[in-house]
Design a protein around this ligand. Structure first.
Ligand code: NAP
Length: 315
């Protein structure tokens, strides 16, 4: 059994052939994913456990989609406190816990599971983690901003779109390569804006085509541009926005954090705009998950330093 990544087969034999762990090293928290080997969460969470004096370890669980339900149901018997859930399990997790908190229900995804006796409780720290990291990066509040999301039809883009709508941001413009998916999300969030009227020439909520003319018009009335696409992880990826579309007054939030200075961030800075990557979203969602498991403040400085070190080593 690898020290680092466990599988469903390992969980099944946890009791039959208990692995031997050094004192205080027994896994009590995990991240479920496929793939999961690249996850930086253990490097962030293990120093946090140590800092608050909790014996146990946070490990990676490489769980395939059709194994999720069995694997997550084993956690209470195996002494786990909870788990994080990442791609592709966030929707599956919603269906496989006993109780779902109202925000996770609204976002349609669970990324944090708490084990309470033999029950599994589902939460979502991605949306609130995004809001905290936005405020930390730019000293702004999403509710005061006109926001345009590139990739709003993907899992992360949809969650951030709903979260921004829940705080009633000033404007929300949804853009996606496959336009129909942005329209679906627009239809989903429209009721959240129903009773509010924006005094001004632009619609409060729009789904627009990923075309230069349409974007140029929208970007004149945008404060924050979020990249929630999976493009931009490679420096050879095409530019997300054509030259001249980013303006100096824009705030740019790239959810990608590897490389730390993405191509989108480089273009934004060249245009005189302020930009940040998504590493602090990973930090803040982790902090909120930690607080959900232990019902106490997380050692955020320890987590931030550990995460920054892990990200630097991984890039
Ligand atoms: P996903 O569900 O697979 O969605 C991918 C999105 O990217 C879709 O909207 C897709 O458009 C779009 N896309 C892919 N390639 C594109 C291209 N070449 N041009 C334009 N659009 C493209 O993935 P996800 O889970 O939402 O994750 C999206 C990104 O967010 C990833 O980079 C992920 O690492 C990042 N993320 C970061 C954090 C954080 O903590 N910082 C958290 C979650 C996710 P179509 O619909 O047209 O396919």
């Amino acid at each position: 059994m690898s020290n680092d990544v466990y599988t469903l087969a390992d969980l099944r034999q946890w009791h039959a052939q208990p692995p031997t762990w050094a004192e205080g090293e027994k896994p009590i928290l995990a991240v479920f994913g496929d793939p999961v080997a690249h996850s930086l969460s253990p490097q962030m969470m293990n120093p946090a456990l140590k800092a608050i004096g909790v014996a146990g370890r946070y490990v990676r669980l490489h769980i395939l989609e059709d194994e999720f339900s069995e694997a997550v149901r084993l956690l209470p018997k195996l002494g786990f406190v909870g788990t994080n859930v990442t791609i592709p399990h966030k929707f599956n997790a919603l269906q496989n816990v006993d109780e779902v908190d109202s925000l996770a229900q609204r976002l349609g995804a669970v990324n944090t599971v708490v084990v309470q006796e033999d029950q599994l409780l589902g939460f979502n720290s991605d949306g609130p983690g995004f809001l905290r990291s936005l405020t930390e990066a730019f000293h702004v509040d999403a509710k005061d901003l006109r926001i345009l999301i590139l990739g709003s039809g993907g899992g992360a883009g949809r969650a951030v779109a709903i979260q921004c709508a829940l705080v009633k941001c000033e404007r929300l413009v949804l853009v996606n390569r496959t336009a129909a998916k942005a329209q679906v999300v627009a239809d989903e969030v429209r009721p959240l804006f129903q009773d509010d009227h924006l005094a001004g020439p632009m619609e409060r909520l729009e789904a627009v085509a990923w075309e230069d003319d349409a974007l140029a018009h929208q970007l004149d009335h945008t404060d924050l541009i979020i990249n929630a696409t999976s493009a931009g992880m490679k420096l050879t990826d095409p530019d997300l926005l054509s030259n001249g579309l980013i303006q100096p007054h824009h705030l740019i939030y790239d959810m990608v954090y590897k490389p730390a200075r993405t191509k989108f961030i480089a273009s934004a800075e060249a245009a005189g705009a302020r930009a940040t990557n998504g590493l602090s979203m990973l930090l803040h969602q982790g902090v909120i998950s930690f607080e959900t498991w232990f019902n106490r403040p997380a050692p955020i400085d320890v987590m931030r330093e550990a995460l920054q070190k892990a990200a630097a080593e991984a890039s």
